[in-house]
Design a binder for this molecule. Structure first.
Ligand SMILES: CSC[C@H]1O[C@H](OP(=O)(O)O)[C@H](O)[C@@H]1O
Length: 349
């Protein structure tokens, strides 16, 4: 796993600040940013300096823990009020990935029974650290399950970056490729570039190439042709929110890949931790879909590519209906269909 260990962590806690890998600058620059203020954390999440559902959750958790270290009150009741206010602020940074809210709420819950401010401050740092440590274990387990679905020589298409830098380590959809490499199993990855922000072209190729994993870049509109001519054997994607019925929000373009996979008779897999499953959201229609700055579409690498004043629609995510999902791969195992009963069962509900 030496190759994977050379891929920098996306987030690290440093007592007085959080260090993040600036994913905006990749693959051209490996830049680290020190986030010292709550507003820096909000901005890093909103502007995709740190991105990927689990990494957003980890960063927000550390951000909240960091802010809380500076509360000057001795009253635990006042402390809880300040924490809730900062929780709500960070929760407004991005709307779709449920891991953000899940992590923030875990932090708030972690001090429910603490009686002193000092105890609460320590508890928050411990809880944020636990979230990161658990996510690494979770992703490795997801990778093991996902790998059991693939065979030596398979050619697998993915979109966006659901890799090591989108999580604590290993990734979700990319985890099986790291484990395959470790075990000497040959898998070939086709990475869809993922317009408009190019997470596939910039991040997935960068990550996999550093780990010596066989990866080929395609543009998004090459997916059908690639499935046919390169005889793609499976599609695997990450997720930002999975509704109770299995409908899955993921990077814009995912729904199209699922439709194509069905047309070609190829399995379509979603790999995600339990922290991405939102049983409170009944169906995909209830998932809030983030719409981002039109400039992401009208500009490429800072250069205008469309006429000034053009109307733009820029949804960052789409929803793949559960009927198109062959299986959802979690740290608790592989679920094939019947999501409405199988997903709550994962939480012992
Ligand atoms: C491991 S989840 C990665 C997930 O995050 C992406 O979104 P974004 O880059 O906007 O944060 C995308 O939907 C991926 O599947």
């Amino acid at each position: 796993m030496a190759e994977l260990l050379s891929i920098p962590r996306s987030v690290e806690w440093n007592d007085t600040h959080i260090t993040i890998l600036n994913q905006q600058k990749l693959p051209f620059q490996t830049e680290y940013l020190e986030l010292k203020e709550l507003a820096d954390v909000w901005d890093a999440i909103a502007t995709l300096k740190v991105r990927g559902a689990p990494a957003i959750g980890i960063t927000a958790a550390y951000g909240l823990a960091l802010a809380a270290q500076r509360y000057e009150t001795d009253s635990i009741a006042e402390f809880r009020k300040l924490l809730q206010k900062d929780r709500d602020y960070l929760a407004s940074s991005r709307p779709t990935a449920v891991n953000l809210f899940w992590a923030l709420d875990r932090l708030v819950a972690s001090i429910a029974h603490t009686s002193s401010v000092n105890e609460a401050k320590t508890a928050l740092v411990h809880e944020a650290t636990r979230i990161q440590v658990e996510d690494e274990e979770t992703c490795r387990t997801i990778g093991e399950y996902a790998l059991s679905l693939f065979q030596d020589g398979d050619r697998i298409l993915t979109i966006c970056n659901a890799g090591s830098i989108a999580t604590a380590r290993y990734g979700t959809a990319l985890a099986p490729f790291y484990l395959a490499k470790e075990k000497g199993i040959n898998l070939h990855v086709y990475a869809s570039e993922t317009r408009p922000v190019l997470q596939g072209a910039r991040l997935t190729t960068w990550e996999l190439m550093q780990a010596g994993i066989d990866v080929t870049l395609i543009t998004d509109n090459m997916a059908a042709q690639t499935m046919r001519t390169k005889r793609i054997t499976a599609v695997i994607v990450g997720a930002d929110r999975i509704a109770a019925n299995g409908d899955t929000a993921n990077k814009i373009g995912t729904f199209g890949l699922a439709l194509l996979a069905k047309a070609f008779g190829i399995p379509f897999y979603v790999a995600a931790p339990l922290s991405t499953i939102d049983l409170a959201t009944k169906t995909g229609q209830d998932i809030p879909i983030e719409e981002r700055n039109p400039e992401e579409v009208t500009h490429l690498a800072g250069m205008r590519i469309a006429p000034e004043g053009v109307n733009v629609y820029n949804p960052a995510f789409d929803v793949t209906p559960h009927e198109l999902i062959t299986a959802i791969i979690t740290e608790k195992g592989i679920i094939r269909g019947n999501y409405e009963t199988a997903l709550p069962a994962l939480f012992n509900i």
